[in-house]
Design a protein around this ligand. Sequence first.
Ligand code: SF4
Length: 246
Amino acid sequence: MDKDRLKKLAREKRFTPGIYNYCDRWCERCTQTFHCLNFACSEEEFADPETRDIENEAFWSKLSEAFRDALELLKDAADEHGIDLDSIDTEQSYGELERKDAMAKSHEVCRAAKVYSDIVQDWFASPANLLVAHPGLAEEEASLEEAMEVIRWYQHFIYVKLMRAVRGELDEREEALDDLPKDSEGSAKIALIAIDRSIGAWGTIYGLDSFQNEKILRFIAYLDRLREEVEETFPSARSFVRPGFD
Ligand code: SF4
């Protein structure tokens, strides 16, 4: 999509600014697609099924096109705000990014979320896991499938959002933006929602295979502890108002 088309689309009144910043990115299940500029762009940009197929060359050329357009828009925005992109010391900026990234990775909530995504990965890969290998064994097949989907969707998402929350908090400390909604809190809130939903999903499958019960209880306890740690780290996250959702 060229930048003029994007600018025209962005002017439509139906869109809620920033709605896509604190959603769970599960567009197939989202009730707010009509109000989401990000969704509208993807639908328009990737309307051809070939451009949605990662194995197809059309997908990659469409992606390069999208990057080029984004770069053009960035340059325009920089010009508008009188920012000279060439004057930015990229080496220093990269160094700073790396430093904050390392700090975020070593933060306890991010470490815990990473462990969670890894152990869930192992659980799904385990050949002894009959819930995954033979879902038909469970009487409540539909709810099992649904719960598995939820667990899978949020498995890595929690870590990604917590990384953003912790990194954001490091930036906010430097910028001291006291009166503005904090990106760190919005990111922590969607991570908390993902944790809540994951706990619910584990609860749904608890009891379907007695051999898995102990493990499932451990997952629930682990997530519950993580939830507490996130709430302690970001005490205002639950009251953050997410545009379009809260
Ligand atoms: S707000 Fe909804 S449609 Fe937009 S990116 Fe998020 S999940 Fe997808």
